[in-house]
Design a protein around this ligand. Structure first.
Ligand SMILES: Nc1ncnc2c1ncn2[C@@H]1O[C@H](COP(=O)(O)OP(=O)(O)OP(=O)(O)O)[C@@H](O)[C@H]1O
Length: 255
């Protein structure tokens, strides 16, 4: 198999090679076990674990590499980014006389204001990548009005239509099985009472865990509450509405 890696990933190809080595061992072990009609094969579990470990390592390191590369680009391109923002700002403040839909006012956009706006945007992007501010990257710090702080994380988690979420929750609640209903009611009751707690949900595949979680998420979002859905891998996160990886959401350190 030929792998074409993006240049930024060259440093991490060792873990990928290791993964392929173990994946090959597993394939051989399976083939051998099948040819001998064996149901157990010593060492297979270990190889599986190793392959999984290397693959996870590869994904995590590759992700970190890509994000740090993005940061470099932002650093290098900050002049151009500011120019783009300045242009956008000008575009949105042009007066179109006679146009009844025009609600904008000609605003005197000073260079200083445009620069500040660009820095705010830049800082928001960097914060979403690694949770740091411009100061941590030796860049000028923008002036922000505390009450006007644009919190992307907050807007992301509140950007749901309560009506839509309500419809999803209502439709799903009707369909819950008795077991799902017990968990759903317990969960919503605890939230209503302002109780904190941990709930561990486990059941065989296809039993409706995701369906239940979707229902809980929708019922909370329908009330305008924040319900954050995270999973340990990107793939698992895609199964949850609004799902994200746990390390990206909570900015967990990778080491
Ligand atoms: N109460 C329900 N009413 C109608 N459909 C349901 C219900 N519970 C689950 N389902 C459906 O059953 C299928 C399997 O459910 P789901 O994906 O939630 O299972 P799961 O336990 O999360 O599975 P896995 O562990 O494999 O991810 C889905 O298509 C889901 O929409």
């Amino acid at each position: 198999m030929t792998l074409e890696l993006h240049p930024v990933l060259l440093d991490v190809q060792e873990s990928l090679k290791e993964y392929h080595k173990y994946a090959k061992k597993i394939r051989c072990a399976y083939e051998f076990a099948a040819s001998q009609d064996l149901h157990f094969f010593t060492g297979l579990g270990n190889n599986l674990l190793q392959a999984r470990k290397f693959f996870q390592l590869y994904l995590v390191v590759a992700y970190a590499k890509i994000d740090s590369e993005r940061l470099q680009i932002l650093r290098k391109e900050q002049n151009r980014l500011r120019a783009d923002n300045y242009q956008n700002l000008k575009d949105t403040t042009v007066v179109r006389d006679g146009d009844p839909t025009n609600v904008a006012r000609q605003t005197d956009v000073t260079e200083e204001a445009a620069k500040n706006m660009a820095l705010i945007n830049l800082e928001d992007i960097i914060a979403s990548i690694d949770g740091t501010s411009l100061e941590n990257h030796s860049l000028p710090v923008p002036t922000r009005q505390a009450n006007k702080r644009k919190d992307k994380e907050y807007s992301r988690e509140t950007n749901y239509s309560c009506e839509d979420q309500g419809r999803i929750a209502d439709a799903n609640v009707q369909k819950l099985t008795p077991e799902q209903s017990v968990i759903y009611n317990d969960f919503t009751q605890k939230i209503q009472n302002g109780q904190s707690g941990l709930c561990f949900l486990d059941a065989p595949g296809g039993c409706g865990k995701t369906f239940l979680i979707e229902t809980i998420l929708a019922s909370q979002r329908a009330k305008g509450s924040i319900a954050i859905a995270t999973a340990s891998t990107g793939l698992a996160a895609t199964l949850l509405p609004g799902g994200r990886t746990v390390h990206s959401t909570y900015k967990y350190l990778l080491t």
